[in-house]
Design a protein around this ligand. Structure first.
Ligand code: NAP
Length: 287
């Protein structure tokens, strides 16, 4: 049981965590924190949080667990305010989609309290954002990746591991660098492709007709282009090197498709699509 939980950033990810823990009966009091008082009032009305503070230091000062769930670009400002305000026993975690940049900020801001910080990333989400986007079942049967450092306190890791399991998630442990490389491929690159496809098509002369006749496949492929632009701007800036390397490799893959079409190479096209189909079929079965 967590007596007092502070959620900094009561949006899709932070709000869903609060709701899941409340539903599991695993938390006493949830204090929310954000810049926008109206959103925080909404959070109380929706039963996501029990009280709120606009000041990060006020929100975290008596908390047992502090969850930082703001966009990556806002992490530094939040960690700077956490550092001097938490107790020795408090455990801090975050939910950022890239880990190296958050770890760097935490090391700089938390100083000798960095052992109390357990970097994390729930591999769950939707294209919606804000306080009204949260829902209690978001983490059911989903994975949460924790990327503790050598200096991370073992008790802190166990606390955060248990918190996520109480939300129905399973836990995986990766190094910070490995997390950022793998997530660049499985999450960050697909978002870039979806954004680029929608921008490309909307710039064509026939764009009205293209969107009018778009099928379910187009909707499936581009759903994630409705994701929050601020979040994805920050992911690109935080995990730029890994992402750029993959974008270059992906261009080669498209070149292979172009070449096969150009050469009317039916065998090669079947090989490319057959391979992708069997990979995707087995992948989805494992998700
Ligand atoms: P969200 O729904 O937009 O929620 C973020 C919350 O942070 C907002 O409610 C906002 O509240 C607060 N916030 C925004 N900018 C801020 C700033 N500059 N300073 C302080 N607070 C700020 O976003 P989210 O989808 O929950 O994402 C939060 C984090 O989770 C991000 O780090 C993201 O990388 C990570 N994540 C997202 C997903 C996903 O699918 N969306 C999945 C896994 C991890 P106020 O407006 O009241 O300040």
């Amino acid at each position: 049981m967590i007596d007092r939980l502070a959620i900094i950033g009561v949006g899709l990810i932070g709000g869903s965590l609060a709701l899941a823990l409340k539903q599991a009966g695993a938390v006493g009091h949830v204090v929310g924190c954000g810049r926008n008082q109206q959103s925080l009032e909404k959070g109380i009305e929706l039963g996501i949080i029990d009280s709120y503070q606009i000041s990060v230091s006020d929100a975290v000062k008596a908390a047992d667990i502090v969850v930082v769930a703001v966009p990556l670009g806002a992490m530094r400002r939040v960690f700077e305010q956490i550092a001097g305000a938490i107790t020795d026993q408090a455990v801090i975690t975050d939910v950022g989609s890239a880990k190296a940049s958050v770890v760097e900020v935490a090391m700089e801001c938390l100083g000798d309290r960095v052992g109390q910080f357990v970097p994390g990333h729930p591999v769950a989400g939707t294209e919606k954002s804000g306080v009204e986007a949260g829902f209690a079942s978001l983490y059911q049967n989903k994975r949460v990746i924790l990327t503790p450092l050598d200096s991370t306190d073992q008790g802190a890791i166990e606390t955060i591991d248990k918190m996520w399991r109480q939300c129905g998630a399973s836990i995986e442990y990766l190094s910070v660098q490995h997390h950022d490389k793998v997530l660049a491929a499985t999450s960050h690159l697909p978002h870039m492709l979806a954004y680029a496809l929608v921008n490309f098509l909307s710039g064509l002369n026939e764009h009205d007709e293209i969107f009018k006749y778009a099928s379910g496949g187009f909707r499936d492929f581009t759903r994630i282009a409705s994701s929050d632009p601020v979040m994805w701007r920050d992911v690109c800036i935080s995990n730029g090197d890994a992402l750029l390397a993959l974008i270059e490799q992906y261009k080669n893959e498209l070149d292979q498709v172009s070449a096969a079409i150009q050469n009317q190479d039916a065998g090669r096209l079947l090989e490319l699509f057959g391979n992708a189909k069997s990979e995707r079929d087995s992948l989805v079965g494992n998700c």
